[in-house]
Design a protein around this ligand. Structure first.
Ligand SMILES: [Zn+2]
Length: 371
C-alpha cells in the first residue's frame, strides 16, 4: 500500500533531485530520502558526475538510522561498478528494509537489475510512485538511453506577427530582460546548444551561460561547465575570430568532403572538433546529427538556430519541445520568419499542443509539443 506519507517523501526526493538541474551532466538528476516512520533521517541528491550518488549521500547522513528504514529514490539504484560502487549494494549493506523507486533505469542493458538485487537481498521494493514527475527530471537521459538521441528543445523568440528579425537581419533584443534570463536557465540545463553557420555569420553569438544573468538559482548546485556549443556548418565557414569559438568546447558538423579543406584545418588548429556528416538539399541530415550528439553523451539539446535549421527540425518531426518566447511587438510583414516551412495547403499544417503557457515579464512563453 502507498500512503500519503510515502507520496510526500518521494515528492521531497524529486525536489532534491532538481537541485542537480544545472550540474549532473552526463548523469541523470537523482534524489533520495531515507525515512523512519514520518521522520527523514537522511537525504541527498546527485551533484556532479564522478561524485557520490544520491543514495550514498542520503545513507551517509542517515548513518545507523538507515537500519530498518525506508528509502525513496527517484531512479532505480545502480547495480554496476561505474565511477562509484553500486548503490543497490550500499542500500543492502546499510540495512534498509523497503525501497521505493519512482522510475526504472532506462538503459536496456541494466534496467531492472538494481531492483532485482534489492529483492534478492530480501528488501521490499515498490516501483512507480510519482513516476511521471520523476521522469520529467531526466527527459534527455531517458530518451538517449532508449533511442541513442538527445531530447530536443527548439527555442524561438518572435514578435506578435511571428517574425524573428527585420528583413535586413537586424534582430537584437526582441524579447525582454526576463525572457533573456529564462533562456540563460534553459541553456544552463542543456548539455549542448546547436546553431547554424548562418546565425554565426549574421549575429556572431557566443551562446554561453553567463552566471550573473542566471540570477538566484536557490539551492541548486552551481553549474560547473558551459554547454557544448555545436555548429552545423557544411563548408566550415565559421570565422576563426567568432565569439562562439572563444573558450573552446565547440563541435562543428560539416560535410565529410570538407574535413580535408583549408578552412576546416584552420578550425581544427584552434582545437575545434570537426565531424563529417551527411547533408541533404535542405541542410544537415538532422537524424544523423542527433545520433552523433547522442554518442557524445548529450542528453538535452537546445536548438537556437535560424529559420533554415529550425524548419528542418520541425518538418522532420524531430522537436520534442518548442519553447516560444513571444514579445508584444510587431516587426512587420517583411521580417524574417521563425522557421522556413514551405507548406502548400491547410492539410500540411504542423499542429502543436500547449504544455505550458506563462507570462515572462512583458513576454509570453509557450512550451509546445507536436500533436
Ligand atoms: Zn548509484
Amino acid at each position: 500500500m502507498i500512503t500519503v506519507r510515502d507520496r510526500a517523501m518521494m515528492a521531497r526526493a524529486i525536489q532534491l533531485a532538481w537541485r542537480g538541474q544545472y550540474s549532473t551532466h552526463p548523469n541523470p538528476r537523482v534524489g533520495c530520502v531515507i525515512a523512519r516512520g514520518g521522520t527523514i533521517v537522511g537525504e541527498g541528491w546527485h551533484e556532479r558526475a564522478g561524485e557520490a550518488h544520491a543514495e550514498v549521500r542520503a545513507l551517509s547522513q542517515a548513518g545507523q538510522d538507515a537500519r530498518g528504514a525506508t528509502a525513496y529514490v527517484t531512479l532505480e539504484p545502480c547495480s554496476h561498478f561505474g565511477r562509484t560502487p553500486p548503490c543497490a549494494r550500499a542500500l543492502i549493506d546499510a540495512g534498509v528494509t523497503h525501497v521505493f523507486a519512482a522510475t526504472t533505469d532506462p538503459n536496456p542493458s541494466v534496467s531492472g537489475r538494481g531492483l532485482a538485487m534489492l529483492r534478492d537481498a530480501g528488501i521490499k521494493v515498490t516501483e512507480g510512485l510519482l513516476s511521471d514527475e520523476a521522469g520529467q527530471l531526466n527527459p534527455g537521459f531517458m530518451k538517449r538511453m532508449k533511442t541513442g538521441r538527445p531530447w530536443v528543445r527548439l527555442k524561438m523568440a518572435a514578435s506578435l506577427d511571428g517574425r524573428t528579425a527585420m528583413a535586413s537581419g537586424e534582430s537584437q533584443w526582441i524579447t525582454g530582460a526576463d525572457s533573456r534570463r529564462d533562456v540563460q536557465r534553459l541553456r544552463a540545463m542543456s548539455d549542448a546548444i546547436l546553431t547554424g553557420v548562418g546565425t554565426v555569420l549574421a549575429d556572431d553569438p557566443s551562446l554561453t551561460v553567463r552566471r550573473e544573468e542566471l540570477g538566484d538559482i536557490g539551492e541548486s548546485t552551481e553549474p560547473s561547465r558551459q554547454p557544448l556549443r555545436v555548429i552545423a556548418d557544411r563548408d566550415a565557414r565559421t570565422p576563426t575570430g567568432s565569439k562562439i569559438l572563444r573558450g573552446g568546447n565547440v563541435q562543428v558538423f560539416c560535410a565529410s568532403s570538407t574535413l580535408a579543406t583549408a578552412p576546416a584545418q584552420d578550425l581544427a588548429a584552434l582545437g575545434i572538433s570537426l565531424t563529417g556528416v551527411a547533408w541533404k538539399d535542405n541542410g544537415i541530415d538532422v537524424a544523423e546529427l542527433l545520433d552523433a550528439l547522442g554518442e557524445l553523451g548529450i542528453n538535452e539539446l537546445l536548438v537556437e538556430a535560424g529559420p533554415t535549421l529550425a524548419g528542418t527540425f520541425i518538418s522532420e518531426g524531430l522537436v520534442d519541445e518548442l519553447w516560444l518566447y513571444q514579445a508584444p511587438v510587431f516587426l512587420g510583414s517583411t521580417g524574417r520568419p521563425t522557421a522556413n516551412l514551405p507548406l502548400e495547403s491547410m492539410a500540411d499544417k504542423v499542429q502543436w499542443k500547449v504544455l505550458d503557457r506563462r507570462q515572462v515579464g512583458e513576454d509570453q512563453r509557450l512550451i509546445l509539443a507536436r500533436r
